[in-house]
Design a protein around this ligand. Structure first.
Ligand SMILES: [Fe+2]
Ligand SMILES: [Fe+2]
Length: 137
């Protein structure tokens, strides 16, 4: 399968469950990219796209739960970013399903971009807080 996004060490938040969820999102993006590049039919691409939206939405929910549990001070702005991303990706999915059924390269690059940016610039910010506040729990 084509590798469009690569999960690297620098993406690790050192929380096993979250790393696994991120990895799952990366896999879903690669699958979607692969199907798009190989011009798979709309049904196949829709299913993969829905899979990506599903694992992203459930990942955001578990990250938010974790931040709340440890009273992370950046919770509100982090959640706001999740909400925006969620809206954008769902809009994109609906546009795909109701539209021509083609996913543009710029759509895929948008997904790739937010994935990298969000994990590196936003997710990694909660790592220390959660680590210190989870000690002894
Ligand atoms: Fe996040
Ligand atoms: Fe995340």
């Amino acid at each position: 399968m084509a590798t469009f996004v690569v999960f690297e060490k620098k993406h690790s938040v050192k929380i096993k469950d979250i790393d696994e969820q991120h990895q799952k999102i990366f896999d879903a993006v690669n699958a979607l990219y692969d199907a798009t590049m190989n011009q798979k039919d709309k049904k196949v691409v829709s299913k993969l796209f829905e899979g990506l939206v599903e694992c992203t939405v459930s990942h955001f929910a578990s990250e938010e739960k974790l931040m709340q549990k440890y009273e992370y001070p950046g919770y509100m702005s982090h959640k706001k970013e999740h909400d925006e991303l969620k809206k954008q990706i769902i809009d994109m999915l609906n546009g795909f399903i109701n539209g021509s059924g083609t996913l543009s390269k710029s759509n895929l690059y948008f997904v790739k971009d937010w994935l990298y940016k969000h994990i590196v610039q936003v997710d990694l910010l909660y790592v220390d807080h959660i680590f210190y506040h989870s000690l002894g729990t």
